[in-house]
Design a protein around this ligand. Structure first.
Ligand SMILES: *[C@@H]1O[C@H](CO)[C@@H](O)[C@H](O)[C@H]1NC(C)=O
Ligand SMILES: *[C@@H]1O[C@H](CO)[C@@H](O)[C@H](O)[C@H]1NC(C)=O
Ligand SMILES: *[C@@H]1O[C@H](CO)[C@@H](O)[C@H](O)[C@H]1NC(C)=O
Length: 337
């Protein structure tokens, strides 16, 4: 496939707003937005006082976060990461578990209460209030033996019993060719496991002794330093990028001494592109999983806070959001396939 690549820096969104301002009176944002990129209520860039950015819908502001979310200091609704937790604090300590679960304070976990299910071997399924007990979890759920909960595989899970031990918290799990799962865990740990969650092999990229100090806070990566996509796994620690095909066990791409310490910002699953960001300047990079190609794009000094994409026919436009305070700095670039 031939890829043509070009950039245009157009102030598309800004000019749209300016058009609405042409008679000297700018149209106001919806009352639920502080700053916005259009007048509708799902175009918020930041939220007014006492409103919070929705967790499900990041360009919408809500007055109350959903059950199982907290209102974080940066005016965002953040999900409680602990499975089954309906109330947590900003440090992800659970304060209350869903009915039918009890709180295990030592491990900061919610577990199935005894005698809720008929068999002690059963697992409870979401929604936990419904007392649905099963002895095997449905597909795309993982049976957590310790808490006896069927956990969604996109949530944080712990694999406890399979030797060799994966002693990092599992963040993501991808099904590969029906027979295997590729697992991404904290600190750029990857594992290929079979359907019974027996580990076939573990790969640790950038086994940095100071990974935790540099990139983590209270057990969570502050910025996402690794990704998986189909059979590929990649890590961005230590100003480098390394990508492996976990079926062939080949390193398909590696680059060290990058000018920035990138983290994963956004994945375009359709075009198979993983976008990276960093905190200091206006610069993104992306890795093209079809071409095995790493590209950077700079746009000044103000750090980028978001990337989103819009499909128009066979073309994808990517937009970079530069500032929370002003919609007038949106940059558009095109990446044509
Ligand atoms: C996001 O918010 C908009 C406007 O409030 C709403 O129309 C849309 O359904 C929401 N999407 C989701 C996934 O909640
Ligand atoms: C981090 O990168 C530097 C420079 O490339 C290299 O010398 C060092 O060995 C790397 N550290 C680890 C843990 O990979
Ligand atoms: C988009 O599709 C149309 C019709 O199939 C084609 O003529 C055009 O060249 C395509 N554009 C690009 C940029 O691939």
């Amino acid at each position: 496939m031939k890829i043509r690549l070009f950039f245009t820096i157009i102030f598309t969104l800004a000019s749209k707003i300016r058009a609405e301002c042409s008679r000297g009176n700018c149209l106001p944002c919806s009352s639920s937005c502080q700053n916005c990129f259009s007048t509708s209520q799902d175009s918020c860039i930041s939220c007014p006082q006492n409103y919070y950015k929705s967790n499900l819908n990041s360009s919408t502001c809500v007055q109350n976060c959903e059950v199982g979310e907290i209102q974080a200091d940066n005016q965002q609704c953040i999900k409680c990461q602990i499975v089954g937790c309906i109330k947590c604090d900003s440090k992800q300590n659970c304060l209350q578990c869903s009915p039918n679960l009890y709180f295990d304070k030592v491990n900061n976990e919610c577990s199935l209460k005894p005698k809720i299910c008929q068999s002690e071997q059963d697992f409870i399924q979401e929604p936990f209030t419904k007392q649905q007990c099963v002895n095997t979890c449905p597909s795309s759920y993982y049976p957590n033996q310790k808490t006896q909960i069927c956990e969604k595989i996109s949530q944080c899970i712990q694999i406890n019993d399979s030797p060799p031990l994966l002693n990092e918290k599992v963040l993501q799990l991808n099904s590969l060719h029906q027979d295997y799962y590729l697992i991404r865990a904290n600190s750029c740990y990857f594992a290929l496991v079979d359907q019974n969650f027996q580990i076939i092999y573990i790969e640790i990229f950038q086994n940095m002794p100071d990974f935790q100090i540099k990139y983590m806070n209270t057990g969570e990566e502050v910025q996402q330093k690794s990704f998986i996509f189909e059979e590929y796994g990649g890590c961005l620690a230590n100003n480098s990028i390394k990508v492996m095909n976990f079926i062939t066990k080949q390193i398909v791409f590696e680059k060290t001494d990058l000018d920035q310490d990138y983290f994963v910002q956004y994945i375009d699953y359709q075009n198979k592109i993983v976008f990276f960001n960093q905190k200091s300047i206006c610069q993104i990079a992306w890795y093209d999983l079809i071409q095995y190609k790493f590209t950077t794009f700079g746009c000044g000094q103000t750090p980028i806070i978001g990337i989103f994409q819009i499909y128009i026919l066979n073309k994808t436009n990517y937009y970079i959001q530069i500032s929370v305070y002003s919609y007038q700095q949106s940059v558009e670039f095109n990446y044509l396939v």
